[in-house]
Design a protein around this ligand. Structure first.
Ligand code: AMP
Ligand code: ZN
Length: 500
């Protein structure tokens, strides 16, 4: 049976059917964080929306190619909007008290990328197909900027290279900040450079030979503008036209508007069909802020009390985030969190009653199984209807009540149906138990290592066998992954190729 997956499209302001360009194969990109600090639960609310899109698409049998990036190049503190003289976020973090732990800004980025991935797994977010890093795609970013200059969409000044917004008449189609909308002019005054042709033009490259992170380009030393990285990484991994692009509501303008302008000017094709945005999360009714003490990271909530955390089950944190619809503002409260800890405990009781839900499943044929199968279908229908998580969770809680009500009266075939239901519900919502990560996915330290290490081992074996042709082939494969290898008496080590 083909199922319709409907989702709200910010581009058209209505709920639409998400129809992959290639039937049954969804391609989507979700903007990841700047790794200058631990990601907070607000960031994770947005990443969770992407995870739910992935799970729902997989639940109806689609193949999914899902890319989500790591922004490991610093950008100006006010998101490139009003603070042209501001420091960039990563440099500022390095100079802060927490920054004392790091020897340089690269070290800081590496650390916070690792903690991001650990918290990602704690919250039971599935691994993306690819997690590209901005610093590892510098050549492509420079090439894209060069192409925009060549085709007349960008120009160089003494301070940088800018995208000319008037060269793209569709500018504003996502956010409504169109070129003839005078009210928004000041908002679009992105970088102050008196040589800019139009104050609304935004930076593609900033010249700066003093910056802590700099690359060499046709315009001298400097660093890329924020928006270009996502255009380039999305197109590198997903193609010039993608099915869906997601992020938090703050990204609609300027980030996503600028991504559309750059990408469509590069290819002449529509970039993403659907744009999905998650509304912001607040804590106890207020904007999260470190000074008011209502700022939470996943580790603040879930690390043990001995480690300075609150010792809360991360699945209860996930359940709390799911309890609000992604398109409504969400108020995260300790009261709701405590309620969800109880729901998680009840799910554990169910598991205790019926055994390990990852094995020996029934096929929803017993009396209880028929009811539970119907509840799963209702949860799936809810998720297919613009990710209606509150309704899907209500099905989960209803089923839990039913099962615990029957308790020891459940016979073995019924228990097998309950195990099936738990596994199906978990695949969809991810709140019943932690998904098994494959060994490559569990390589939290470095996803690239997960690809490189087995190849290095295979090359060692090929060399030991005298199979030089295969060994050379592997060296080429590693080069294609952007890796340099060094052979020595102790064995082979590798490093990322240095950028430009
Ligand atoms: P940033 O590191 O600021 O670029 O943020 C990474 C992602 O988290 C972006 O998609 C933001 O829109 C999103 N985000 C940041 N703060 C919140 C919040 N309070 N609620 C929901 N999403 C957020
Ligand atoms: Zn982005």
């Amino acid at each position: 049976m083909t199922r319709e997956f409907r989702i709200y499209n910010t581009l058209t302001n209505r709920i639409e059917e998400l129809e992959p360009r290639k039937p049954g194969h969804l391609t989507f990109y979700s903007c990841g964080p700047t790794v200058y600090s631990y990601a907070h639960i607000g960031n994770f609310r947005s990443f969770l929306t992407a995870d739910l899109i992935l799970r729902t698409a997989q639940a109806i049998g689609w193949e999914v190619t899902y890319a989500t990036n790591v922004t490991d190049v610093g950008h100006l503190t006010e998101d490139d909007l009003t603070d042209p003289s501001g420091e960039d976020r990563m440099v500022k973090a390095l100079q802060s008290k927490e920054g004392e732990a790091f020897v340089n800004v690269w070290d800081l980025a590496r650390y916070y990328t690792q903690t991001l991935i650990k918290d990602w797994h704690r919250l039971n977010l599935r691994e993306p197909s690819v997690r590209p890093r901005a610093t590892e795609h510098m050549r492509e970013q420079i090439a894209a900027v060069q192409k925009l200059v060549e085709n007349g969409h960008a120009y160089e000044t003494e301070k940088g290279v800018y995208f000319s917004v008037t060269s793209f008449p569709d500018y504003g189609k996502l956010s409504g900040n169109t070129l003839d909308n005078e009210l928004e002019q000041t908002v679009r005054d992105v970088v102050v450079d008196t040589d800019k042709k139009d104050p609304r033009d935004f930076a593609l490259w900033k010249k700066d030979d003093k910056h802590l992170m700099q690359w060499f380009s046709p315009w001298g030393w400097g660093f890329p503008g924020w928006h270009i990285e996502c255009s380039v990484m999305a197109m590198s991994y997903l193609g010039e036209e993608i099915d869906l692009h997601a992020g938090g509501e703050d990204l609609i303008f300027p980030h996503h508007e600028c991504e559309i302008a750059q990408s469509e000017s590069l290819t002449g094709k529509p970039f993403s069909r659907i744009w999905a945005h998650t509304r912001f999360l607040q804590v106890e009714g207020e904007k999260m802020s470190k000074s008011t003490g209502n700022f939470f990271t996943v580790r603040d909530l879930s690390a043990s009390e001995a480690e300075g955390g609150k010792g809360i089950d991360p699945l209860a944190v996930r359940m709390t985030l799911l309890s609000g619809h992604y398109r409504k503002p969400f108020n995260f409260t300790m009261k709701t969190l405590r309620g969800n800890v109880k729901h998680c405990d009840r799910l554990q009781e169910v598991i205790k009653l019926v055994g390990d839900p990852s094995e020996n499943h029934g096929s929803y044929e017993t009396e209880a199984g028929v009811i539970l199968g119907g509840m799963y279908q209702r949860a799936l229908e809810a998720m297919l209807d613009d990710l209606n998580t509150p309704t899907a969770l209500a099905s989960l809680f209803g089923g839990t009540k039913l099962i615990l009500g029957k308790g020891d009266a459940l016979d073995e075939p019924q228990k097998a149906d309950v195990r099936r239901w738990l596994a199906d519900m978990n695949a969809l919502l991810g709140v019943v138990y932690h998904d098994e990560q494959t060994p490559a996915e569990a390589n939290e330290e470095d996803p690239l290592a997960a690809k490189v290490d087995p190849l290095i081992e295979e090359r060692r074996a090929a060399r030991a066998d005298g199979n030089w042709a295969r060994a050379d082939e592997i060296r080429d494969e590693l080069a294609a992954l952007g890796v340099d290898i060094m052979d020595s008496a102790e064995g082979t080590t590798w490093k990322r190729k240095s950028s430009v």
